[in-house]
Design a protein around this ligand. Structure first.
Ligand code: PGA
Length: 249
């Protein structure tokens, strides 16, 4: 049985005061002991704030992006070593908003994953199809290419540390969730691809993301290949996020 993993992606939201409220609520309202791994991915200026609040808890924190470079004259970039230095455990890589608005390619994303792994971070590789691609029945092909580009650049030992997040672009921030069956079908496809690389990858966590809320999490989590969630909007509301963490876990 794979351990459930629920990651909140704050995107470009929050400030010191609102983050403090949210993190306090997490710590006060959530059960201290749980089998669910809970993570918040905050903007870089607030990672130390996450550390301050969460360091003594079982919660973990991470970033939403990382540089593809190790160190040097890359103004504005944040390296994987810096994220590790402030205690990040996870980093989202290849989120569809970065692929779309920052023209991130599979090759760049593979470099970022490798930077993360070199610095002991767990990369959460985001894959997913657009609505046009789904309607053209290209979903499996699109996600296979996105995953394949990264898998082929990794050693087996590196690949064993990956987390995959399936996030259909048409379901992100739209209120439109993939049905549990739609999510399961793509997760099975991704898991087969992992196993085709090596049988030991069978238990890599595959998260679903895209308008996950308290009201649909339980149904998604009944699917055998949905190992948790990557949560955007609902991660900014303590009761919603905690209900998702608690759903059938
Ligand atoms: P959403 O975002 O839950 O607001 O749809 C998910 C994500 O982008 O990771």
């Amino acid at each position: 049985m794979r351990q459930k993993l629920v990651i909140g992606n704050w995107k470009m939201h929050g400030n010191l005061a609102s983050n403090a409220q949210l993190l306090t609520a997490f710590l006060q309202l959530a059960p201290a002991q749980t089998t669910v791994k809970r993570v918040v991915c905050a903007p870089p200026p607030y990672l130390l704030q996450c550390r301050k609040f969460l360091a003594e808890s079982t919660w973990q924190w991470g970033a939403q992006d990382v540089s593809s470079h190790a160190v040097g004259a890359y103004t504005g970039e944040v390296s994987a070593a810096m994220l590790a230095d402030v205690g990040c455990t996870y980093v989202l890589i290849g989120h569809s908003e970065r692929r779309a608005y920052h023209a991130e390619t599979d090759a760049l994303i593979a470099q970022k994953v490798s930077q993360a792994l070199d610095n002991g971070l767990i990369p959460v590789l985001c894959v997913g199809e657009t609505l046009a691609q789904r309607e053209a029945e290209q979903t499996n092909q699109v996600v296979a290419e996105q995953l394949g580009a990264v898998l082929q650049s990794l050693t087996l030992e590196q690949a064993q540390k990956l987390v995959v997040a399936y996030e259909p672009v048409w379901a992100i921030g739209t209120g439109r969730t993939a049905s549990a069956e739609q999510a399961q079908a793509v997760h099975v496809h991704l898991r087969r691809q992992l196993v085709a690389r090596d049988a030991s990858l069978v238990d890599l966590p595959i998260l679903y993301g895209g308008s996950v809320k308290a009201s649909n999490a339980a149904e998604l989590f009944t699917m055998p290949d949905v190992d948790g969630a990557l949560v955007g909007g609902a991660a900014l509301v303590a009761e919603e996020f905690l209900a998702i963490c608690a759903a059938r876990c």
